[in-house]
Design a protein around this ligand. Structure first.
Ligand SMILES: Nc1ncnc2c1ncn2[C@@H]1O[C@H](COP(=O)(O)OP(=O)(O)OP(=O)(O)O)[C@@H](O)[C@H]1O
Ligand SMILES: Nc1ccn([C@@H]2O[C@H](COP(=O)(O)O)[C@@H](O)[C@H]2O)c(=O)n1
Length: 208
């Protein structure tokens, strides 16, 4: 079984995907990490983010099991990831990798921007998780402050808006809600309430 979760930056889709994977005993892949890993490699080599040849090379050698979430978590890497994510050839490589992860038993929860539309269009259940830009910026600011990083609400808000605009307007696989995805707006929900709402949606879909 595949559960597809998409949504804008800091909407809580990763938190939800991890918990749902544990609850339904499925594998989990945060596909954003694959774009972050490619961006981080380009930055480390001092290469332009538009260098598709090198980006594809990095993608071909990417070991999903070795992606280090905490090393890739930096705000700047998220921004760089969104800039490499416009490269069509790179996306083809990463989508292949993500699909083969999803095809392994017992199935998986994948979260990203194009899971329901491109990576797993036949997923059993699709969720599009969102929240207002302000709620998301507040969550991300608090997250950064709690890790001892500097964060200023207005600047985090501007960054999220810019990244969402780039992700939803690119010509290849733009972020969007799949026609058959369930919308889950978590603006007024805490993590536990959002998880219970997601389980309700999924259980109803599995029973139908
Ligand atoms: N419903 C919620 N209420 C309050 N805080 C939340 C909620 N869901 C997630 N969070 C917190 O918001 C922050 C962002 O969540 P998370 O990393 O899951 O988002 P994301 O959509 O995966 O982000 P990204 O696209 O940047 O990977 C985390 O600190 C998380 O603990
Ligand atoms: N399926 C996906 C996942 C991610 N991206 C791009 O990567 C950036 C970073 O993603 P995070 O989820 O870790 O924040 C994101 O802004 C997208 O540009 C993607 O295109 N498709």
């Amino acid at each position: 079984m595949i559960i597809a979760i998409d949504g804008p930056a800091a909407s809580g889709k990763g938190t939800l995907a991890r918990r749902l994977a544990a609850y339904y005993k499925l594998n989990h892949l945060d596909t954003g990490l694959t774009y972050r890993a490619v961006a981080a490699a380009l930055l480390a080599k001092g290469l332009p983010l538009g260098d598709e040849g090198v980006a594809i090379d990095v993608a071909r050698n990417l070991d999903l099991a070795k992606m280090d979430k905490s090393a890739l978590a930096a705000h700047e890497i998220g921004e760089a990831a969104s800039r490499v994510a416009v490269l069509g050839g790179l996306r083809e490589e990463l989508v292949r990798l993500q699909q083969s992860f999803g095809n392994k038993a017992p199935g998986a929860v994948l979260d990203g921007r194009d899971i329901g539309t491109v990576v797993c269009p036949d997923a059993k259940v699709k969720l599009f998780v969102t929240a207002t830009s302000e709620a998301r910026a507040k969550r991300r600011t608090n997250e950064m402050l709690s890790k001892g990083q500097e964060a200023e609400f207005e600047s985090v808000l501007d960054d999220l808006k810019r990244r969402d605009a780039r992700d939803s307007s690119r010509s290849v696989a733009p972020m969007k809600q799949a026609d058959d995805a369930h919308l889950l707006d978590t603006t007024e929900m805490d993590i536990e309430t959002a998880f219970q709402a997601a389980v309700d949606i999924i259980d109803r879909a599995l029973a139908s």
